[in-house]
Design a protein around this ligand. Structure first.
Ligand code: HSE
Length: 416
């Protein structure tokens, strides 16, 4: 379908919706206008005239003059209903809803094929960084080995403020909310869920792997405490929430979200505040690094505008890696070098989950173990001791370390 004149029906007029409205008015080169905006809350004061709004989704979905639906609402289930209905009625769709995409990836793929309608979502992953289109178009043949990044702006903002400016976690989170970075349920950010949804999108476009949220392990920043912050500072490291996916030795893909210690040689070390950063590694190009604002009204609206513009030249994702059918599977057996902070009395039991231990520490109340553990064991440890522990990744273990005498030592300490 030719889309030379883009008539937009917009769902949602929150931070990003209003940002889009403003950015669109400052982009005269783009022949697109918002015809109607569908919102939920009838009582809310809005900065533009009431004529723009409707409370009935069918005023957009059944309007034949509207050929593009831009979905920017918060509720992933309602968003899926809107997006499905829009695709079924032949309207192109642009969305920033990573949760909806992650939860319904397979269905959305089928709908696009069945109705031959484009669904674009660059804004759903790292806001202003054009990572999806790069994975689709630039890396269509050069084989990717890994994609690793800071993909959540709120947590990076919180970590930057608590680490460098000694702001309390609660105050930093409040600021992230006030600036419009955080999700309305901020646990999605701090618990690493938002980063996981984005990683799922990256997995599809980088490696052709379709997942549901339960397939991918995510661990956030809510439990990070004084001990690991002190540990990082003493060693000249920063803690970043990192989503990563990489090919393992037996040609599978390991993928997870974990807080990670990064040193100043790591490209992600300099990515602070609300910025996101993605490092790709391929067979031939070696390492490349993308950086840009990862949340907020204008950076997100810029990606939405770019997608709207792409519709005018009939762009759609070809899902090239899915077409290539490399047959890659997820691998949960990968070994990780982990820093695990715990209560004093948990030390002995927790050592049994580790393949090897490089360093450990105990004081009267708590301590940490630093060593190699499988992803599967880490998941188990976290599920059992959710409240009392905190895990930070050093790195993926390349070779298993030699088990030390520390287990015996800890046994001795525990008995005394
Ligand atoms: N809450 C998200 C973040 C918004 O902080 O990254 C952008 O996806």
């Amino acid at each position: 379908m030719e889309r030379t004149n883009l008539n937009i029906g917009l769902f949602g007029f929150g931070c990003v919706g209003f940002g889009l409205y403003e950015v669109l008015h400052k982009t005269p080169s783009l022949k697109a206008q918002i015809s109607k905006i569908c919102v939920k809350n009838k009582g809310k004061q809005r900065p533009i005239s009431a004529d723009h709004f409707t409370f009935d989704k069918n005023d957009i979905l059944l309007n034949n003059d509207i050929n593009v639906v831009v979905e920017l609402i918060d509720d992933a289930d309602a968003a899926f209903e809107i997006v499905s209905a829009a695709i079924k009625s032949g309207k192109a769709v642009v969305t920033a809803n990573k949760k909806m995409i992650a939860e319904h990836f397979e269905e959305l793929l089928l709908l696009q094929q069945q109705y031959d309608v484009p669904l674009l979502y660059e804004a759903a992953c790292c806001a202003s960084i054009p990572i999806i289109r790069n994975l689709e178009e630039y890396y269509d043949n050069d084989l990717l080995e890994s994609v690793e990044g800071i993909v959540n702006g709120s947590t990076n903002y919180i970590l930057t403020k608590t680490f460098a400016e000694n702001l309390s976690y609660a105050e930093a989170l409040k600021q992230a909310q006030e600036k419009g970075y955080a999700e309305s349920n901020p646990t999605l950010d701090t618990g690493g869920f938002d980063a996981k949804y984005k990683l799922q999108i990256l997995l599809a476009h980088a490696f052709g792997i379709k997942t549901v949220p339960a397939d991918i392990f995510n661990y956030g920043i809510d439990n990070i405490g004084e001990l690991e912050l002190k540990y990082a500072k003493e060693k000249g490291l920063k803690i970043k929430l990192v989503a990563q996916a990489f090919k393992t030795a037996d040609n599978k893909i390991a993928a997870f979200v974990l807080p990670k210690f990064v040193d100043d040689k790591n490209k992600l070390y300099q990515v602070d505040d609300v910025f996101n950063g993605v490092v790709t590694k391929t067979c031939f190009a070696d390492t490349q690094f993308f950086v840009g604002k990862g949340a907020g009204a204008y950076p997100t609206a810029s990606a939405v505008i770019s997608d709207i513009s792409a519709l005018s030249y009939n762009y759609k994702y070809e899902y090239k890696k899915l077409q290539q059918q490399q047959g890659l599977e997820l691998d949960n057996t990968v070994l990780l070098n982990i820093f695990l902070r715990h209560k004093k009395e948990e030390a002995l039991l927790l050592t049994t989950y580790f393949e090897s231990i490089d360093e450990s520490y105990l004081n009267n109340e708590s301590g940490y173990i630093s060593g190699t553990i499988s992803l599967e064991n880490l998941k188990e440890v976290i599920a059992i001791n959710k409240e009392s522990i905190s895990a930070v990744l050093h790195d993926v273990a390349v070779t298993a370390n030699i088990k030390t005498e520390l287990t015996a030592l800890l046994q001795e300490v525990a008995l005394n």
